[in-house]
Write a protein that binds this ligand. Sequence first.
Ligand code: ATP
Ligand code: MG
Length: 312
Amino acid sequence: MKLLDLQDLHVATEDGVKLVDGVDLVIAQGEALGLVGESGSGKSLTALALLGLVRAPLDARVTRLAIAGQEMRDADETSWRRLRGRSVALVFQDSTTALNPVRTIGSLLVETICRHQRISKREARARALDRLRDVGLQPHHADAYPHLLSGGMRQRAMLALALANRPRLLVADEPTTALDATIQLQILHLLRRESRDRALLLITHDLGVASELCDRIAVLYHGRVREIGSAARLLSTPRHPYTRALLDLVPRFDMEASIPTPIPGSPPAPGEQIQGCSYRLRCPRATEQCLERPTLEGDADYKIACWNPLND
Ligand SMILES: Nc1ncnc2c1ncn2[C@@H]1O[C@H](COP(=O)(O)OP(=O)(O)OP(=O)(O)O)[C@@H](O)[C@H]1O
Ligand SMILES: [Mg+2]
């Protein structure tokens, strides 16, 4: 069963600047999909759109958006409120602004649980403590205010909140950025475990992290998916030059020269008009043909948007 079916997402500014430009994402039950790409490629906006959280002056449009079988394209705020925190939950990129500073972690958890489940406060409190334990926090952290926790603990509290009602689709936006390597691994394993019979969209700029955790990976550049396929295939034989460049950024500890190669140039500024493929200005394989925009082509298992792919 598809727990996420997103077709043709567009997010634009009031002035018509395209920030996300026709993204399709499908995630089946039991599947983890990684969404990777450099800063500014549109990852967080895609995540927000999946929860109906893109706000004016930005505008989000889709041809289709179904979450756990529920059609959400034309849903009003009431329907979104019913869905959010229950069928779909988001772990925000920035845990400092996402947690209400004047509420304890425990009371936030109890509130989220009670909003969607008809259970007593007492039961909700017991569940809240369970969720804290799930993410490696202690029962006494329930009484803590967000600012009293370290960055890593706040991130785990965010995760506990997102998992409070065991959502069928979990969207995690850079959930481990603020964490040290050990806790990062713990959280990644937790995410993997939690998504086993559900669905996970993991957003990260780190292809290494995505490959650890995800079955499939979608590579986003300048608001468009450039390559999407199984994690194993993208890692072993990337075909899009941008995927190759992202892979070269992952440090390799098995090599003597482990300093990664930066991608030349910088991503286009929002609204920058580039004729054809917008990666061509940084691409070592660009040809005349790239002045025409390639479309994303392939089958259900693998798609690419490139005129001159590698490994052919
Ligand atoms: N509210 C907004 N108004 C105008 N532009 C915005 C707004 N939010 C995001 N953008 C622009 O949209 C583009 C995509 O932003 P987004 O936050 O989705 O990037 P990202 O891929 O999540 O990057 P990062 O890895 O840095 O988190 C960026 O160029 C950003 O400047
Ligand atoms: Mg982001």
